[in-house]
Design a protein around this ligand. Structure first.
Ligand SMILES: Nc1ncnc2c1ncn2[C@@H]1O[C@H](COP(=O)(O)OP(=O)(O)OP(=O)(O)O)[C@@H](O)[C@H]1O
Length: 309
């Protein structure tokens, strides 16, 4: 007799009954409708320390979703250091478009590192990936694709995605113009961090960092760095991405905000003391000044159980 097991079974059955009650998710306005005010409210209240990303995302998604007939799919590239909110923002966008949010069957996540084909298999993988995208968009034009760890993606696979990002009216009889592609990568993390650190060292306000401050270093690293920049440079050259969205490294105060939010999400009473204790124990860089969290807000969920009162 395990009460937890019985509880889990009951919860699972309730979930299934709820699914049947609600009906099957379908590709129509009952399940897919953009909530502009909701996205703004979510970004403003839940995303910490990312003023540049917040502004660009609002502009980009609002602009795209307000078009009756977009001329091309929306292509966003979210990049920057680890744990700074790239996946998190993707799920906030999904939450405000799909009733089922990130769990919608029209939101598809592809993790690049899980698909690293041997060179002899590249062609098979390429066509499988294209079929996967095509099949999903045929099923629902308002699909969203999130490609995670894009900087580690095999160049052959990047090529096969590129063909969907263009202005084509229809490709093989399928229109991709209502589709959203979001690419996540750690590209340019180093140069973004250098800029943020420069602002900090010279006593300038973080909020005053503008896109142009990051763009010079961004395009320079994309063109000069043969490794991680390769993927960006090819997309910059071909104008495939509509918006490059940089994520800044997070500071101590943002980590505290993340812990407080996590406590609330877990139904705990947010407690500043606990939040500070957890935040202090994380690793920061540069080593001496301890300005930015090495793992952003990433380790909070797993550490919180050890800090509860
Ligand atoms: N800027 C932020 N504001 C609020 N919460 C954040 C922020 N950054 C990260 N978090 C929290 O930390 C968790 C991990 O962050 P997330 O997975 O979005 O990082 P990431 O930038 O995608 O990292 P990676 O590059 O390693 O994939 C999120 O689920 C969220 O709870």
């Amino acid at each position: 007799f395990d009460p937890k097991l019985i509880f889990d079974r009951m919860a699972d059955n309730m979930r299934k009954m709820w699914q049947i009650f609600k009906g099957q998710e379908s590709c129509d306005s009952g399940w897919i409708s953009f909530n502009a005010a909701g996205l703004q409210a979510d970004l403003e209240s839940k995303l910490f320390g990312q003023h540049i990303a917040l502004n660009i995302i609002l502009k980009a998604v609002n602009g795209f979703m307000s078009k009756e007939n977009p001329e091309k799919p929306l292509v966003l590239s979210l990049h920057g250091p680890t744990g700074t909110g790239k996946s998190f923002v993707s799920s906030l966008i999904a939450d405000n478009i799909y009733k089922e949010g990130i769990d919608s069957k029209f939101v598809h996540v592809f993790i690049a590192t899980h698909h690293f084909p041997h060179s002899s298999q590249t062609d098979t993988y390429k066509s499988q990936l294209q079929q996967w995208i095509k099949g999903n968009v045929t099923n629902c034009p308002q699909s969203m694709f999130i490609f995670d760890e894009m900087d580690k993606m095999h160049p052959g696979l990047i090529d096969s995605v590129k063909s969907f990002l263009d202005y084509y009216k229809k490709l093989d009889g399928v229109s991709y113009r209502k589709t959203i592609f979001i690419f996540l990568s750690n590209t340019e993390a180093h140069s973004i961090t250098e800029t943020a650190l420069h602002f900090w060292r010279t006593g300038q306000d973080r909020e005053d960092i503008e896109l142009k401050d990051l763009e010079t270093s961004l395009s320079a690293s994309a063109f000069n760095n043969k490794g991680s920049g390769l993927w960006h440079s090819s997309l910059i050259k071909q104008n495939m991405v509509d918006f490059f969205i940089p994520f800044l490294p997070l500071e101590y105060k943002h980590v505290v905000q993340c812990v407080m939010a996590q406590m609330q999400a877990e139904g705990l009473k947010p407690n500043q003391d606990v939040a500070h204790k957890l935040a202090i124990d994380l690793e920061y860089f540069p080593k001496f000044e301890r300005v930015f969290s090495v793992s952003g807000c990433k380790k909070i969920t797993s550490r919180l159980p050890f800090y509860k009162e």
